[in-house]
Design a protein around this ligand. Structure first.
Ligand code: FCB
Length: 437
C-alpha cells in the first residue's frame, strides 16, 4: 500500500436508525423509518430498527471497538426525532444527552466525532405535513441544526448536513422502496430542492453557532454507457445529471443542471444563493458504477439502468469496481476545478454473507480485497491531484440495512443480533493495520 499524507483522516461510518434501537426511549418521537418498517411487506425479512444493534445502550462498547481500530474519526448520525420528537419546538434534552455522552466518549478515546444531521429519519409529524415535498421542512431542518449545534458545536469536528439526498429523493419519494414510500417518479423534484435548501439554511445555522467545518455527503456513481447510439449517449447524460450533478452543481455555485424532472416553479428567487453557501468538505459516498442505455419506447424514464457484466459482485449483487472510485474523484476534480473543496470519502464498503466459523472467527477476505482496491484507487486519484483528505468505511458494525433489514452485513465487526454479541472480522484487523501504518 502506498503512503498517505500525515493527517489523512481514517474513519468508519454508521447511521442512527441502522444501529441505535431504543426507538421509544428518553422521549424520542417516531420517524418515517419507524412507520415504514412497521408496515407489512416493506422490509424483506419483516424486521424493524426497533432494536437494531442496541447501540443506544452499548455505545461505550462500540467506542471501545473504534479505539481498538485506531481510527482518527467516527461518522455517526444524530436522530432528529431524539432532538425534536415532533420535528418542531424546543430541544428534548434527554435526546441530546445521548449524543453528548457519545461525543465525550469519542473525544476521550482520541477520536474525532463527525456528525451527520440527517440520515433519512425524518420526524413522522413533518412527513404528515408533506415531508421534503414541503418547503417549510427546510426551515425546520435549520432549526434542528441550530439546536444540535448549540449543544454539541464545541466538540463535533465535522458537521455533515445531509446524507445522500439523491438516494433519499429517488428511493423515498420517487419509487417508494424507502421511507416515506412515495411513488412520484419525476414529480419528486421538490424533495431534491427542499433538501438542498435545508442544507444551505443549516450551513448558515451551524456557522452562526461557530459549528464548523461543514460538509454534505453525496452519493456518486460513475455512469457506464452501454451501447453507442446517440440515444444511449443522451440517456447516459440524463442519468449522470440526475445522480451526479443535481445535488452538486448548485452547491458549488453552478445552478441546477438540465436534469430530468427539474421543475423551475419550485425554485424561488434567492434560493440558489442559499444553496451555494460555501462548504469546507465534500463528502463522497461510493459503492458502484451504473450501467445506462437508451430506454425502450414508451418507458416513463429517459434512461434504462442495466446490470454491468464482467465484475465480481457483492452479496447485494453490486459490481465491485474500485476503478469507479478513481474515475468519479477525477471527474469531480475535472468538473469543478478550484470550486471543489477538499473531498472525504464518507462511505465505502460492501456486503457479504459473513458468519462465524466453528472457532467463532469471522473471516471476510472479500471485504479486505474490496477495501484494499478502493483505498488504492483513491490514492491514485490523490496522486493525480484530487484533494482527498479522508476515507471512512461503511460500516463499523453489521446493521439494519433499510429495506433489506438484517440480510446485508456491511460491518468490520460482525453482530449476532439475538445476543448483540460483537465479533471483529478479519477486515477489522486489516483496517487497523492499515490505519496504524
Ligand atoms: C448508503 C447509505 C447507508 C448504507 C449504505 C450501504 O447508501 O447511506 O446508510 O445503507 O448505503
Amino acid at each position: 500500500m502506498p503512503d498517505f499524507p500525515a493527517g489523512f483522516r481514517w474513519g468508519v461510518s454508521t447511521s442512527a436508525y441502522q444501529i441505535e434501537g431504543a426507538t421509544t426511549v428518553d422521549g424520542r418521537g417516531p420517524s418515517i423509518w419507524d412507520t415504514f418498517a412497521h408496515e407489512a411487506g416493506r422490509i424483506v425479512d419483516g424486521s424493524t430498527g426497533d432494536q437494531a444493534c442496541d447501540h443506544y445502550h452499548r455505545h461505550a462498547e462500540d467506542t471501545a471497538l473504534l479505539a481498538g481500530l485506531g481510527v482518527s474519526a467516527y461518522r455517526f448520525s444524530i436522530a432528529w426525532p431524539r432532538v425534536q420528537p415532533t420535528g418542531t419546538g424546543p430541544a428534548n434534552a434527554a435526546g441530546l444527552d445521548f449524543y453528548d455522552r457519545l461525543v465525550d466518549g469519542l473525544l476521550a478515546a482520541g477520536i474525532d466525532p463527525v456528525a451527520t444531521l440527517f440520515h433519512w429519519d425524518l420526524p413522522q409529524p413533518l412527513e404528515d405535513a408533506g415531508g421534503w415535498l414541503q418547503r417549510d421542512t427546510a426551515a425546520r431542518f435549520a432549526e434542528y441544526a441550530d439546536l444540535t449545534a448549540t449543544r454539541l458545536g464545541d466538540r463535533v469536528k465535522l458537521w455533515i448536513t445531509l446524507n445522500e439526498p439523491f438516494i433519499h429523493m429517488t428511493l423515498g419519494y420517487g419509487i417508494g422502496t424507502h421511507a416515506p414510500g412515495r411513488m412520484l417518479l419525476f414529480d419528486a423534484f421538490p424533495a431534491a430542492h427542499h433538501q438542498l435548501l435545508g442544507h444551505g439554511l443549516a450551513v448558515a445555522a451551524l456557522r452562526a453557532r461557530t459549528a464548523s467545518p461543514v460538509a454534505i455527503a453525496n452519493n456518486y456513481s460513475p455512469v457506464r454507457q452501454v451501447g453507442d447510439t446517440d440515444a444511449d449517449r443522451a440517456a447516459a447524460q440524463a442519468y449522470d445529471a440526475l445522480h451526479n450533478r443535481l445535488f452538486t452543481d448548485p452547491l458549488l455555485g453552478r445552478g441546477y443542471p438540465d436534469a430530468p424532472g427539474l421543475d423551475p416553479a419550485v425554485i424561488r428567487d434567492g434560493d440558489l444563493d442559499v444553496l451555494a453557501a460555501p462548504i469546507d468538505v465534500l463528502g463522497v459516498n461510493y459503492y458502484n458504477p451504473t450501467g445506462v442505455r437508451a430506454p425502450e419506447e414508451g418507458s416513463p424514464l429517459p434512461f434504462e439502468m442495466v446490470p454491468l457484466d464482467g465484475y465480481p459482485r457483492t452479496a447485494f449483487d453490486w459490481p465491485v469496481a474500485p476503478d469507479g472510485l478513481r474515475e468519479l474523484l477525477r471527474q469531480l476534480h475535472h468538473r469543478y476545478g478550484d470550486a471543489l473543496p477538499p473531498v472525504q470519502v464518507t462511505e465505502s464498503g460492501c456486503a457479504y454473507d459473513d458468519a462465524p466459523d466453528a472457532q467463532g472467527r469471522v473471516d471476510d477476505p472479500e471485504r479486505i480485497a474490496y477495501l484494499d482496491g478502493h483505498v488504492r484507487a483513491m490514492r491514485e486519484a490523490m496522486a493525480e491531484g484530487v484533494p482527498v483528505t479522508g476515507y471512512f468505511v461503511w460500516s463499523l458494525l453489521d446493521n439494519w440495512e433499510w429495506a433489506e433489514g438484517f440480510t446485508k452485513r456491511f460491518g468490520l465487526v460482525h453482530v449476532d443480533y439475538p445476543t448483540q454479541r460483537r465479533t471483529p472480522k478479519s477486515s477489522y484487523a486489516w483496517f487497523r493495520d492499515l490505519v496504524r501504518r
